[in-house]
Ligand binder design. Sequence first.
Ligand code: ADP
Ligand code: MG
Length: 553
Amino acid sequence: MALYGIPVLILKEGTRRTVGRDAIRANIAAAKALAEVLKTSLGPRGLDKMLVDSFGDITVTNDGATIVKEMEVQHPAAKLLVEVAKAQDAEVGDGTTSAVVLAGTLLAKAEELLDQDIHPSIIIEGYTKALREALRILREIAVPVNIEDRDTLRKIVRTAIASKYVGGDIVSSKLSEMAIDAALTVSEKKPDETREFRVDDVKIEKKKGGNVLDTQLIYGIVIDKEVVHPGMPRRVENAKIALLDAALEVEKPEITAKINITSPDMIKAFLDEEAKILKEMVDKIAEVGANVVICQKGIDEVAQHFLAKKGILAVRRVKRSDLEKLERATGGKIVSSVRDLKPEDLGYAALVEERKIGNDKMVFIEGCKNPKAVTILVRGASDMVLDEIERSLKDALNVLRNVFKTPKICSGGGATELEIAMKLRDYAAKVGGKEQLAIEAFAAALEEIPMILASSTGKDPLEVLMKLRQLHGEGHIHAGINVITGEVVKNMIEENVIEPLLVKEAMIKTAVEAALAIMKIDDVIAASPAKKEKEKEKEKKEEEESFKPSSEF
Ligand code: ADP
Ligand code: MG
């Protein structure tokens, strides 16, 4: 509408606007492109991606969550998909690649329906019905497992980390055993036969150098710091630990005070006063019975000297998160002022010891009051290896947490997706109408998962799909493709390829929700990029980066 021939502008100049089916198509294209990138990373035979960030740092991985996090995605719809993938990773910690790939395929199939002039709202309705039915089928075909059976846990973990580079069978078997030991140790057994723990309860500490096989599980906490003074003991048994988040230093005044010193005696008196305060702090620590001090802030040299004289082992500049872990592990309490320290604030550990790890020294706190404290100390030749091992361990712990929470599994290798697809087709026929087409498209999207796994082995995906459909038709509901052997098999569970129900459930839900969210957008109003601001920000970031100290003290 125009008033007296003057157009009414409601948007800023330079704003781009895409509406209706054009908007839907543009968004679908972006999401498909992202899914296309991830497709080839799916499964144990998936290929790695090398990601280079704006600072030139590289990451090599085939972990879906990491890939989407590191990729600097521009398109808003693709960004939405990235956010969804991150949410999936935060919630269940696995199945991210599958979720993004499935979302992309759901959208690709939706596009075909749009081409046949089917209204987006019908597709949305059909997909929503299909999701509900898919989740119902999924719960029906899931198999209950005994989570106290180590062999079952081993199979689940091995399936989850099969797709990560971890340097062969010996390494992945060692990592699996460690993850299982750690999870069993930190988790709490519930009356209903489930177990509960948080993945963060297992501390993962990376130390460059050595061999991946030197990675060890420690029943306690490891801190990447050394004992602060050479005169202190390196080993304390029956440790009574003071956890401080205040500095053992004399506070310097905020304002610059001017002191007129007129004689050498005055300097001495001044320094004596400082030493006296520090000595009082140390005396207080010794008095309450502490023989170990873990401090978040600094420890003055004079204080170090007094501590050493009392035979107290001290560590300074410890991370806040470590201090909090120690609080839980040793049963101590973080104290903000030495003056308030009481004997009951001290934590307990059977042993505190500094050990040489590679070229560095680390402090081990073992036999803690709370036996649920564990650390996995990861070793490896480069940061890249360390990071991928950490991701593998996190995946392992995540699947364990999921199956502990809901002790049910699904068959992997595309078996579950295919079975759901088969049953969805029957359901679609019952629904009928145009929605039937949408539900069938949903089923076809699920079938992409076994097809992609088949392609990763070099097999003809269509041939594999036909064979799988036939097996499922004969009632082999767990038939899938084992990508390690390259064989289509009747029962993936017997091949030890199993995944927690919770992961599959979240994967399907996430994918559909993302696809629906993208399809519901019919208007994209994009402000013209504020280029100058962005560039300034980038420059600032680069400047900060270059000023970052190369190591911390
Ligand atoms: P995601 O990020 O989705 O977890 P992965 O790269 O970990 O992606 O791959 C997971 C997929 O690989 C699942 O569908 C799982 O069933 C499958 N998978 C794992 N091991 C095997 C195997 N030996 N044979 C066939 N498929 C497998
Ligand atoms: Mg995985």
